[in-house]
Structures are given as C-alpha cells and as structure tokens.
Write a protein that binds this ligand. Sequence first.
Ligand code: FSO
Ligand code: SF4
Length: 571
Amino acid sequence: MFCFQCQETAKGKGCTVKGVCGKEETTSNLQDLLIYNLKGIAVLAEGLKAGGVDVGRDVGLFVAKGLFTTITNANFDDTSLVLWIKQSLEVKKELKDKLDALTPGPAKDSLLKKIVGLFVAPPEAAGEIALHDSALWFDDNEPNYQKKAQTVGVLATQNEDVRSLRELLILGLKGVAAYADHAAVLGVEKDEIYGFLLKALASTTEDLSVDEMVGLVMKTGECAVTTMAALDEANTNAYGNPEISEVNIGVGDKPGILISGHDLKDMEELLKQTEGTGVDVYTHGEMLPANYYPAFKKYSHLKGNYGSSWWKQNEDFETFNGAILMTTNCIIPIKKKNTYKDRIFTTGVVAYPGIKHISAIEDGRTKDFSGVIKVAKNCAPPKEIETGTIVGGFAHNQVLALADKVVDAVKSGAVKRFVVMAGCDGRQKGRAYFTEVAEKLPQDTIILTAGCAKYRYNKLNLGDIGGIPRVLDAGQCNDSYSLAVIALKLKEVFGLEDINDLPISFDIGWYEQKAVAVLLALLFLGVKGIRLGPTLPAFVSPTVLNVLVDKFDIKPIGDVDADIEAMMQGK
Ligand code: FSO
Ligand code: SF4
C-alpha cells in the first residue's frame, strides 16, 4: 500500500504497511482500485461528452460518492469497498454500452480514438500504462482486485512532481466531492460541479504540462468555492440561517443518541424519528454546528453537544453510554475492548467491519433509524463529563447582521486583527500550537473559525470585545465558505482592492482532504500568506511547494510567539 493523503501519514512521507489512521493494507489497495475505476468512468464520460452524448447527473453523483468514501476516516470496510468497485464497473459498462450503441461511422471512430488515444501513456513512461487503461478494465473477479490494485495506486505515476500535482488535484476533488454529496442529499446539484469532477479526474490520466496541471489545481479551488456555496444554499434553504446560539455541553437524564459527522439531512431525520420516544439527541465533533440552525433548535430533545473532536471519540463514546450514529468521517478504529461497538451505527459513505450500517431506502435519501432508537432505549443516560455552554452560530448571515458593530470595532481600533484558525483538529501533539495561539493572541483580536479545529480553543472562555465574542464559530469545515463571504464583505465595506489588505491573518490546521479543498478555495480567492500546520502535506513535492510559496506565500506554522508577532504585523 501507499497512502499519503492526510496530515498524519507515517513519518510525514506515506503509510506503507498500515495506515496511522488504522486503515489496513487491503483496504487501502481497494480504495486505490476504486479511484482507478472512477478515473475510468471519468475518461469514458469525457469521451462521450466530446461526442455529444450526455452522461447525466447520476454518473457525476456516483463519482462524487465514490471519491467521498475514500476520504480519510470514512470507510474501513473491505466488503463495502468491493461493492463500490463492482458498482463502478457497472457504471463503466453502461457508459461503454452507450459508446457501442453509437452509429458506426467516422464520428464514432474519432470518439473511440479520443477515448483510447487521448489517454495513452507517453512513450517514456511505459510503467505508467496501468493508469491509462482505467476506462477499459472490466475484470469483476474479486480475487484479482488486490493484485490489480498494486499496479494502479499513487506510485504508478513515477515522476514526483507530476504525482504531486495529480494527487493535489485528486485530494482536492475528494473534498469537493464530499461537499457536493451533502448538497445533493438536500436536493441541490449543479452540473458544473459534476462536470468539473469528471473533467479533472480524467485529466489525471493524461500527459499534461505542469502549467496545465497547476491550472486545474487552481480550478479545483474555484469549484470548491462553487460547491461550498451550493452546500450553504442547500443547508440554509432547508434549515434556515445559523444564528447565535448557546449550546449546552452537559447532559440530561434520559438515554441518548450521539450523532457525529457532517450530514445535516441525517440530523433532520434522526430528530424527527426520535421525537416523543423518550430518547434525547446530542451532537458530537463536526455535528456541533447543527445546534445553530433554527430548524433543529426547535426540537427540545436536541440536548446539546457531548464531548470533543473526532479523535477523542474512543473516550467520549464510552462515557456517552447510548447509541451512536456516524454520518461521515471521522470514524476511528473500534477496538475489541470498546464497549460501544454494539451501539454504534454507520450510514452514508461511512463503513466499518462488523458495525451495523444503515442504508437509505428507495428514494436514496430517507433513512430508517428505528434500529438506532431501539438500541438507545436500552442504554443508560450519558455520563456527565463537563457542564456549561459554548457559543456559536456566526455564519455569514449572522455576522453580516452584526456588520455595523464589527466595522465600528475595527474603525475605533477595538479590534486590531482577525485570525482565521479554521480547519481540522487531530491527535498530533503539535496541534497544541493552535490552543497556545488562541491563548496568547492579544485581547484586541478576534478568532474566526470553522471545522473541528475549533475544539482546540472553543472552551477557553476568551471573552469578548464590546459584546462580540473573541471566537466566532461559523460552523462545519464547509462553512469556511462563510468566512470567505465575511472577508469579501469586509473588503467591500472598507473599500479595499485586495483581500490581503484586510486586517486578517490565516493560521490553518489541516488533517484530511476536505481541508485541501478549503485551502484551494482560499488560494482561488486570492488569499496570500496562509500559515499551514501542524506539518505541510506529504503529497506536495519540493518543486510544487516552491510554486505555492512563490505564488501564494504559503508557510508552515512555526513558533507561537513569533507567528503571533508576525501576524499582528500583517505578515
Ligand atoms: Fe474534522 Fe474529520 Fe470537518 Fe474533516 S471531523 S477532520 S476537514 O473530517 O471534515 O473538520
Ligand atoms: Fe496514512 Fe492518512 Fe492514508 Fe490513513 S489516510 S493510510 S493515516 S496517509
């Protein structure tokens, strides 16, 4: 196996024996094979499109879901991945049939030539041929999967810089795919998003110039902005605009269900189905922002948030006592000694061997959570691990409603600087940096956050500036979009030409591939001087890093005091 897609990859280079995340070698290989087939689908779809044949949204959505299931901490289950691969072969077959059904003649001939011819390996890269037959591989014999997988993974691209740019693109696409899937579940789909997913994925099988590849990586940032905007539209249309909310972090006296991950549709279904059952609902990790939405706040049995961020789930799930529903990443390995193994459920693209999975019924959206509720009813109420509240709900609509207050505070000098500390949390010790920065930032600064990164400082009680809390949480990682909207609005209000002239610094924590999409979105919006940590991505080669440094002044996080001093000087 070889996987280097997340921040905690082994030795900062790549996992080769077993994932630091717990992913087994066979699982990693199957994920590679799934990606290979998704590339094949993309190649066929692009070819058909060139021939004037519409492949339809289903293909785009399938590719999005397939990419999403390979994201870090989502699918640890070989049986599930084999099913994904078999489905991908079926989709490929359908596309191939469409191709075969075209009337024979010069048009069809040139299309076939395009599909096969466009994507043949350059002569000097004979070892790379495996990547380029992705459209034409139809072996559905499962025993062959592992062997085939070993020829089509990340290392099949031998040139380090080409590999780096292709993977930067694919990993950004995984983040885009995750957000596109969330929006689709709520009925918002955009052809331009699926169109780009297919085009960009197919491009990774082509022999492109460095400039072309860099261009596509930048386009991924643009597509990430479009996708996060679509998800924002989907979320706010369905559930209203997030509003300032105090979220209880204590517990009630009834048994509960703890819902984690990012899928708000699952949240809605669960709240509806648990109403009047005597079972309370609590959020965990990235589901905390659900407490900010009017449509969810109206349920009195939504009790608040329990525990901390994803990597603390072993402890949090033990003491919670009740049923647990993982709607997306980040799920972490469940050990034999974990008492919660019989009361945890997965759904959507998440899967874990031996753990009950809840699939959508008929319409592909509705889910039956009665099994989760039944388990919860027989559980003890959660054990109290903390008391009090945390405040959040500062998505763009809410912050813009306070715009006058915010602008006055900047003009009067009461607020000197905003520091965006959004992104991911993780287990690595180096992430204490973000807590220290939050603690040591001058009192006249405001932290803007989104994603699970907030758990490093959201219970610190950092006070407020004239009634504006010093930590403004916009929501989930995808709500980084809100932070961009806020920054663009401030730029307009202050009459500035360049977003980088605002008193805003970016100090981002990353872990998995949604953060890659968010980072590319920020670069697309022209943000420069981003600090990134706790370490730089292993999939960025020294040459590609130079490009990012030259073009965008990206830098690694460093010493806390030195970074704060530099940020306060706008550096
Ligand atoms: Fe965190 Fe996990 Fe939301 Fe990620 S829970 S790390 S960037 O999946 O998506 O912020
Ligand atoms: Fe390693 Fe991260 Fe890949 Fe897991 S997801 S195998 S930890 S690089």
